[in-house]
Design a protein around this ligand. Sequence first.
Ligand SMILES: [Zn+2]
Length: 301
Amino acid sequence: MTAQAYHDGLNRPPPGGRPRAYKTDGLVLRAYRMRGAHPPPPRPGGPPRAYKTDGLVLRAYRMRDADRLVTVLTPSLGKLKLTVRGARRLTSKLGGHLDVLNRTHLAIAIGHTFDVVTGAESAESFAEVKADLSRLAEALYLMELADLLMPEAAPHPAAYHLLLNALRALAAGRNPASVARHTELGLLGDTGYMPELHSCIMCRREIEPERHRYVAALGGVVCDKCPAPASSVLPLSVDSLKVLRHFAERGVAEASQVALSGAVRDELETALGASVRYVLERELHTAGFVERVEHLRERGA
Ligand SMILES: [Zn+2]
């Protein structure tokens, strides 16, 4: 029987009953993985059914039962979403190793919807960061930022090392605001959103001292001759611009040695915060938390 005959049969059952099968051409528009659809058995030379990697735990979500979903940033596999079965049970052997901020050795099995953590051993838990509210607030902000900026399963080794070095710098007692702004700028750069810091984003002329503004929506500095929408113009002093340029070129160890005045710290936080909001088109949950901690610290000081 031809395909055409089968098509006719779809609407008009042929004598002898409805057709049980038909043929047609088709353009494949989309593919979905399904629950219960068993993955094919392993083939020699085929993709592995399990793998191991290090990962920084960016975020953890509660799931049904006692399960948890975590997002981790890995050195070579990018951001992964993983299920941790029974993680919220007191007896869980995995749960404690998968707290947010931990660097953890992971054993992972390929799953249907999400891959599944089968083994976890914390390698660095950054207790010094978790015990200090200012450091914790900045660290959680950076984790959320990385989680939102990084696409899934696309390698971003620079972002991984940037975050890991930031956590180590915070644990070593480096200035939390410097570490956070340096890492924030680095994460923007790694995902293709590095703000322009040297020449006017509109006319391309080199920026002269004191003759510039910062416009997050345009992607960096604008000279004072070019028009920019007044509502989106942020002030950026020469000192703040110098610090940003320094951050863009240096690692966190050097960057966090820069002593930021209160004014510079506020300007950098506002300017980079505006860039982050522009890129992500949303507020970060932890941004308000950082602000409240800062406020408390200043009142207590
Ligand atoms: Zn210009």
